[in-house]
Design a protein around this ligand. Structure first.
Ligand code: FAD
Length: 387
């Protein structure tokens, strides 16, 4: 279905191969994953099998070099995949983290041996990836993390806990932010790649967190108590973790922005279609001036958002996306998402408040976009610092 207000628009980076990828991704989400949506929501996580099915189709690791099992593309390919997932309302597979973030860390900071060990499994879907930064004591002030890694021979012994970890229920591979030198703030942080397993001594998954939205995706607490991680799993050097995260966060924020724009597009599509078919006072809702004005505002906001996002994607693929612009994208696009989805929900009247209508889920799912990936308040701090 074309998005009202976006007819004829195509991003400057779009090539025919992106369109073929979009079609493949859409068909996978709609035909293979969405039929299981109710069960995924009930169990609180996707089926592991769906990661493998995505891997078989070549949908995982699109930006990972082919020599490590990936698609050899770039961020534009990941953006197409994530857009299609969100645009059709599939929310169980944590691809934004698995492909949009975890593989990016390994490609950027892994040595050849580390890349060979983990990237093929992430690309085939045999491994599910996660990233653990946030701790119960706080997520915004990353320099204050407490999870400790102490060197013990050829290993590190890790103790501490992480919370709100996307894919945390299924994850096999976790990029874990730890303090290797607690006397330092940023300079004491390192990244360890942890191979998780429910039978591994010193590691325990907590419960799946009950959230107001994103019910089909597993968000979990993870606990470590003298959990042994080989020193060979350190990404680059001790003390470089904070700077590695700062370099990757612009991409994480763009990933969130891609989801925000896809959700805005879907909200405008759904509510325009509804406004054409539902009648009140003897005419379709779209015949009432207020409905027309609301939809016009939402379509305009969506189009402007899309153009800004595409500019950020172009900059990012050239290695030119700066921290402040990525923060602008994350904050402005997610605020737009929440506003557009809320206004579109209103057009559905009471039906918009029932979970039978996708717009209701989109409303609940949207809220967290202003919180994770760095809260929007922190985004504004980053923008302000650049002024
Ligand atoms: C569904 C979900 C999935 C998530 N997935 C992951 C994941 O995969 N990996 C991961 O590591 N984390 C994940 N998170 C955690 C998320 O990134 C954090 O919740 C977020 O960074 C905020 O941290 P916090 O919750 O500790 O809030 P706090 O840091 O306690 O902040 C509380 C409030 O204070 C405000 N605040 C804090 N500092 C300032 C300041 N300097 N100026 C102004 N206001 C400020 C914040 O903006 C916020 O409004 C996820 C969270 C959720 C809900």
């Amino acid at each position: 279905m074309p998005t009202p207000g976006l007819d004829g628009y195509a991003p400057a980076w779009l090539e025919p191969e992106h369109e073929a990828l979009a079609e493949l991704a859409r068909s996978f989400f709609v035909n293979e994953v969405l039929p299981h949506a109710a069960r995924h929501e009930q169990q609180g996580h996707p089926d592991r099998e769906h990661y493998r099915a995505a891997g078989k189709l070549g949908l995982l690791g699109l930006s990972v070099p082919e020599q490590y099992g990936g698609g050899g593309g770039d961020f534009t390919h990941e953006a197409v995949l994530l857009h299609e997932q969100m645009a059709c309302g599939e929310g169980s597979l944590g691809l934004a983290v698995h492909s949009g973030i975890v593989t990016g860390y390994l490609v950027a900071y892994g040595n050849d041996d580390q890349k060979r060990r983990w990237l093929p499994g992430l690309c085939s879907g045999d491994l599910v990836g996660a990233i653990g930064m946030t701790e119960p004591g706080g997520g915004s002030d990353l320099q204050e993390i407490r999870t400790r890694a102490v060197r013990d021979g050829d290993d590190y012994l890790v103790s501490g806990s992480k919370t709100f970890i996307t894919n945390g229920g299924l994850a096999d591979l976790l990029i874990l932010a730890v303090k290797t030198d607690p006397s330092q703030r940023a300079a004491g942080i390192s990244l360890l790649v942890c191979e998780l397993g429910d039978d591994r001594p010193g590691f325990r998954r907590g419960r799946l967190l009950e959230k107001i939205g994103l019910h089909a995706n597993d968000t979990a607490e993870l606990f470590f108590d003298d959990f042994r991680v080989p020193a060979a799993n350190l990404l680059e050097t001790e003390g470089s973790g904070f700077f590695q995260m700062m370099r990757q966060l612009p991409q994480e924020r763009l990933v969130i922005g891609v989801g925000a724009v896809a959700a805005m597009q879907r909200a405008v599509e759904l509510s325009t279609a509804y406004a054409k078919e539902r009648t009140a006072f003897g005419k379709p809702l779209i015949g009432h001036q207020n409905t027309r004005m609301v939809l016009a505002d939402c379509a305009t906001r969506t189009r402007v958002s899309r153009v800004f996002l595409d500019d950020c994607i172009t900059r990012h693929t050239k290695g030119e996306l700066d921290v402040a612009t990525a923060a602008m994208a994350k904050a402005w696009l997610t605020e737009g998402q929440c506003e557009v989805v809320d206004r579109c929900l209103q057009i559905f009247g009471g039906y918009g408040y029932t979970t039978e209508y996708p717009i209701a889920r989109m409303y609940a799912d949207a809220r967290v976009q202003k919180i994770y990936g760095g809260t929007n308040e922190i985004m504004k701090e980053l923008i302000a610092r650049a002024l």
